[in-house]
Design a binder for this molecule. Sequence first.
Ligand code: F6R
Ligand code: MG
Ligand code: MG
Length: 363
Amino acid sequence: MLTLSVIKADIGGYVGHTNIHPDLLEKAQEMLAKAKSQRLLIDFHATHVGDDLQLIMTHERGDEDEKVHKLAFDIFMACTEVARGLKLYGAGQDLLSEAFSGNVRGMGPGVAEMTFEERPSEPVIVFMADKTSAGAWNFPLYKMFADPFNTAGLVISDSLHQGFAFEIQDVKGHKKITLNGPEEIYDMLMFLGAPSRYAVKRVMSRSNNDIAAVSSTERLAEVAGRYVGKDDPVCVVRCQGNFPAVGEVLEPFALPFTVEGWMRGSHNGPLMPVGFKQATPSRFDGPPRVIAAGFQIANGKLVGPRDMFDDPSFDGARQQANVIADYLRQHGPFEPHRLPLDEMEYTTMSGIMRKLGNRFSDL
Ligand code: F6R
Ligand code: MG
Ligand code: MG
């Protein structure tokens, strides 16, 4: 069995929260190469989206492996040192603890891992987003795996016709439920349509129970009990054969759907699909970005990546995202651009109420 682990963290931005410095990538690559030479990893690819460092790793050690998680943690610590040396912005911001205790889950980094039998050909897409949160994958995962208007295979391919099962996490209530598409999609949408609370963790094929997709659902604010940065989630999707085709997996991003995040983690904005070079959210720290790294996996080797959104067929989505960004920005501090009071990651409300509370009188 092969394990694909994607572990990510923001451990320092260059400049501000817009990008990462090349020295961090270099440090990460050096440490990953060492782990590969020691045969802990079969292969790796390090990249970034905005200010988030992404470690994409293959190995045979299963999900939540202590050694692989420790490697990721050590890389984030070493990169934090590099970031401190350059006085990069928010050095070490996602590391909630400096001492590793078996698993990076709950320590700040985001994790998406899946273990599977490698198929004769194994196309996989790793989606990575910046300036948004875990629930951002609900809409595209629903479209890929449950919406026949997106995925033709659900209707016309025997291998997809039985549908997919969705494991949905209540990220605030710390509970999970598995619901089956297509029979339970109306129930499912009640949850998926509320992405600040419910997030798809996994999708499984119902023809053979094989893992189809996995996402990171860590909510940093929930973990830390205070705002420490946006979750900036990742999602891994297997494609073709018993799964949607590559083009069906990319198709949901042709709409720059609205996500929460953007400036100060407190605004709604369009999720803009971009090529790797444009993964640098700058305008009002955004708009939120998503990149798609495509790989063919061959005996654990990551053949790739192909920059899947570096394609003119996504120009329309980028243009539409800019139009939506202009429109929303004109709302300034008004909802629905600004998030509802209890969803904002930053707030001055308690201070304002301390100052003005006694000036309120009954209606
Ligand atoms: C959003 C984000 C940025 C910061 C903003 C203020 O996820 O990271 O929009 O919230 O740049 O940053 P601080 O508070 O660090 O000055
Ligand atoms: Mg940052
Ligand atoms: Mg980020």
